[in-house]
Design a protein around this ligand. Structure first.
Ligand SMILES: *Cc1c(COP(=O)(O)O)cnc(C)c1O
Length: 397
């Protein structure tokens, strides 16, 4: 079967592609996986070779057969012209934004964006004369009203990783028609298995590969994929900035992608089961999960996504830090920590109100973000139920 693919994507099912894409056993003595290439110097045999700039691997910073393999996998899944690997998700986002913005330009960012993305715009890009303005995540085609003469990029993260609003990328795309504005999408939550932003109208897609692609909480990596219009400038920017992902983390991410299909299906089923169960709990005032019928963007979710991720939030009634501590400190299975996407379940108290500037987040009560891993679902429910009892007991204390 065909083991590599071009920028038109691949001709087999996504799970077949995940299993066979981006590797070439014949090129490495038959071994199934491409080994870790640790390398800076590449030796040229002749002056003619040294002068030949079409040779694919000339120096470590320009990639190795291993990075090419993972880039092919992500490009195939996203349907992009190319993919570049970065050392983290946030460095992938900075690369994407630096590739399409110059001093004097403006970027419009969804108000629900991941906080470090906001920080990048507000504390770094602004130093280079790039202005960020934030928009209502549900803005849709009204984004046209915000676009100014200097607007060169729109950043979407759909759904947002704390509050889970969706952006209507096709509506945003048509509102921007004829303007030279890049739509940059953070697709970490859905993965290209469940949403393909380039097909919806985005120009550049980024992933925190640290999350679902890696899938085991043991690496840091980011990916940036672009359509044909933006790929040349993305590659140029990556090369001048000298962005390189670690060979070991690249290997581990590639290994993670082999099971991405089965993992995403398992995460989806468990997260939905737990989200529905949470909706039935008396103490829970709201569950924020776009695949639930109760979610305000559910229709958009059904239109643009073919599945849902591991991560969602729920809200408990107002209570102080003592009640929150009683709930989370006593959890036995849910770890409290940043990031998500691993095999283990996580639960984190979050306060989305702190990060909003365009539209206030006025949900009363305490919000908790959950990543559902692979423990027995009944054990997870029991852990949460015991926690809710502790929370209830400390209400009013
Ligand atoms: C974690 C995360 C990032 C940043 O990824 P790192 O690999 O931690 O740098 C970006 N976007 C979203 C939605 C994330 O959850």
């Amino acid at each position: 079967m065909k083991k590599s693919q071009n920028d038109q994507g691949f001709s087999v099912g996504a799970e077949t592609f995940l299993t066979h894409g981006g590797r070439n056993p014949a090129a490495q003595s038959g071994f199934v996986n491409t080994p870790v290439y640790r390398g800076s110097t590449v030796i040229f045999e002749t002056l003619a070779e040294l002068d030949d700039y079409t040779i694919r691997y000339r120096y470590g910073r320009q990639g190795t057969p291993l990075t090419t393999g993972l880039e092919e996998i992500v490009s195939g899944l996203e349907g992009s012209a190319g993919t570049y690997l970065a050392p983290s998700g946030i460095s992938a986002i900075s690369l994407a934004l630096l590739a399409c913005l110059n001093g004097g330009d403006e970027i419009l960012v969804t108000d629900s964006a991941y906080d470090p993305t906001r920080k990048l715009a507000d504390t770094f890009l602004c130093g280079y004369g790039i202005k960020a303005r934030y928009f209502d995540p549900r803005i849709g085609s009204s984004i046209a009203d915000l676009v100014g003469p200097d607007t060169r990029a729109v950043f979407v993260e759909s759904p947002g990783s704390l509050t889970f609003e969706l952006q209507d990328i096709p509506a945003i795309k048509s509102a921007l028609a004829g303007k030279n504005i890049a739509i940059v999408a953070d697709n970490s939550w859905a993965t290209p298995l469940f949403c393909r932003p380039l097909q919806l109208g985005a120009d550049i897609v980024v992933h925190s590969g640290t999350k679902m692609l890696g899938g085991h909480s043991d690496l840091m990596l980011g990916t940036v994929s672009a359509n044909a219009a933006y790929w040349p400038q993305l590659l140029r920017t990556a090369h001048v900035l000298g962005i390189v992902a670690s060979p070991d983390d690249t290997f581990l991410t590639m290994r993670g992608t082999r099971t991405l299909g089965v993992r995403m299906k398992a995460h989806e089923a468990r997260a939905l089961d737990l989200a529905q169960w949470l909706e039935e709990q008396d103490l829970v005032t709201r569950v924020l999960h776009p695949a639930l019928r109760s979610h305000p963007d559910h229709a958009l979710f059904k239109r643009d996504f073919s599945g849902s991720g591991s991560l969602f939030s729920f809200v408990l009634p107002p209570a102080g830090r003592t009640a929150i501590a009683a709930f989370v400190d006593g959890l036995e299975l849910f770890g409290m920590g940043y990031s998500w996407g691993g095999f283990e379940s996580l639960l984190l108290p979050v306060d989305p109100r702190k990060f909003r500037t365009a539209v206030p987040w006025d949900e009363a009560g305490n919000t908790f973000r959950i990543h559902v891993g692979f423990e027995d679902i009944d054990d997870l429910k029991a852990d949460l139920a015991a926690g809710f009892a502790r929370y209830l007991n400390s209400l009013g204390t």
